[in-house]
Design a protein around this ligand. Structure first.
Ligand code: UN1
Length: 494
């Protein structure tokens, strides 16, 4: 079956007759369909449609745009089960997780819809008499959105709904590992009544992504994906003077102190490290254990990790699904070999799973390395798979130093019973997000989301802060004095 691009409210084939296959990672014999391998000509059509739609869309009163976004949230709610199955089939995570992914988009839709009645600006006193100062948010224009496959609906929704709420139009290049979900997104926005051309989907690989970045009418790029790709995009956007917002990699640490509730910490580490098969930018990939509990916790963790039920995400008994594709499977196995060669101690997992039906998918064992040191590559580099690197800390200060010994800074967590440790960690951990007695995953739609160091470039999606990405400020001075008033000059002190 062939799926199409969504441009100017129409479903259209790619300009050149080129297609790519979308495969179920749990069973590679199952092809979901062929999707357009679009090029610059397809992008040209989509960007033109978005540019043409901008004038009218941006002038619709924001609360009316919000009403359409709210409707989209309702339709996501109605189609949740159907869409969860589509997502699981194309990207592998279990159904309970894909349902959560859609819920995050529903939450974001409702949040963005209500924000259209705020979008607050500031008014300030003027330094001159009979003059008024105000400021408000303006939309930017055509926004280019490029996203990853691990949250095929939630993460795009973090960008799409606020961008629309603010009055922008969109061209979205979704991941070629989760294109079917993107088409459902388009169907839902169409049904919700988002006018033709306001929202466009163009499928493809890096060629399509780069045509989007390069297009002169695209004023902003919002990207979620790898740090390597994000940096390349940022360089191009720098050269072209485009606004760019980047959500990139993570190497998120959990600290467990000796006064922690270890059962609680155990559940949190398992969920953080092996939820979504470790394929989250917020996944727990480093574990720092306070020396007095190190051996005991490692034992508890190994036992539970080795019992996780691995299988196809469509099977309700499955706790951890496959990884996304062959390339990623090989990359993760490569890191496991690197960890062993670097001298880390492999305490569980490490292998591909091929028993029975699993041989047709990209299944890996949950893998844990102990005695990892901060110079090792498995400590420093984002693996994006079910691999956890564990180390030992002699003290709280040592634990914080280890957590901060990273080139990334997205999420982090500490498990402790002590107010002193908790508050010191909130202050001292270098990361955009810190959880106290909770795992590194679990961001909510209405709070800022993003990270420091190699994770981001200073922007925050989610919550009110996302509007700093998708708007520009207009400052307005209204002088009703009827005469020339000179700021700074007429107000000089003697
Ligand atoms: C991502 O991995 O790109 O907090 C986003 C979480 C999710 C979002 C993850 N709500 O893990």
């Amino acid at each position: 079956m062939r799926f199409l691009n969504y441009i100017a409210g129409q479903w259209v084939p790619p300009h050149h007759d080129r297609w790519f296959a979308n495969i179920n990672p749990a069973d590679t014999r199952d092809e979901i369909g062929q999707f357009p391998l679009s090029d610059a000509a397809d992008l040209e059509r989509a960007v033109r449609a978005a540019a043409d739609a901008f004038g009218q869309w941006s002038r619709i009163p924001a609360p009316q745009r919000g009403e359409l976004i709210r409707r989209a949230g309702d339709i996501f709610h109605r189609r949740k089960e159907e869409l969860a199955a589509i997502m699981t089939r194309e990207m592998g995570k279990p159904l309970f997780e894909t349902r959560g992914d859609i819920q995050e988009a529903i939450d974001t839709a409702y949040y963005s819809a209500t924000e259209t009645r705020r979008l607050f600006g500031h008014t300030t006193p003027s330094e001159l008499p009979n003059k008024m100062n105000l400021s408000f948010r303006m939309p930017i224009g055509v926004c280019g959105i490029i996203t990853a496959w691990n949250f095929p609906i939630a993460v795009p929704s973090w960008k799409i709904f606020p961008a629309l709420a603010a009055g922008n139009t969109i061209v979205w290049k979704p991941s070629d590992d989760a294109p079917h979900s993107a088409n459902i997104f388009a169907e839902i926005l169409q049904e919700a009544g988002i006018p033709s051309g306001v929202f466009n989907v163009v499928h493809g690989n890096a060629e399509a992504g780069s045509a989007l970045v390069e297009h002169p009418s695209v004023r902003l790029i919002a990207f979620t994906g790898s740090t390597a790709t994000g940096k390349q995009i940022a360089q191009r956007c720098g050269a072209l003077n485009k606004k760019v917002s980047l959500e990139m990699g993570g190497k998120n640490a959990v600290i467990i102190m000796d006064d922690a509730n270890l059962e609680l910490a155990l559940d949190g580490v398992l969920w953080g490290a092996f939820g979504t098969t470790g394929q989250r930018c917020t996944a727990t990939s480093r574990l720092i254990l306070h020396a007095p509990i190190h051996d005991r916790f490692l034992e508890m963790l190994t036992e539970r990790a080795s019992k996780l039920r691995i299988g196809p995400g469509l099977d309700p008994a499955t706790q951890m699904g496959p990884v996304i594709n062959q390339r990623q499977l090989e990359k993760i196995l490569g890191y496991i070999a690197i960890g062993t060669a670097e001298g880390a101690r492999l305490i569980t997992g490490g292998n591909r799973l091929t028993r029975g039906e699993l041989e047709h998918g990209f299944f890996l064992e949950p893998t844990i390395f102990a005695d990892v040191t901060p110079t090792m590559r498995i400590w420093r580099e984002e693996i994006f798979g079910p691999v956890l690197s564990v180390t030992r800390a002699d003290s709280f200060e040592h634990a914080i130093a280890l957590a901060n010994d990273s080139d990334y800074g997205l999420s982090s967590a500490i498990y402790t019973g002590s107010v002193e440790y908790a508050f010191a960690a909130m202050r001292d951990i270098e990361a955009g997000i810190t959880y106290i007695n909770a795992p590194t995953i679990g961001a909510e739609a209405h709070m800022p989301f993003g990270g420091i160091k190699n994770t981001g470039n200073g922007h925050r999606e989610g919550g009110w802060t996302v509007f700093d990405i998708f708007t520009e400020w207009k400052t307005v001075y209204v002088d009703f004095s009827g005469r020339l008033q000179r700021a700074q000059i007429d107000t000089q002190s003697a």
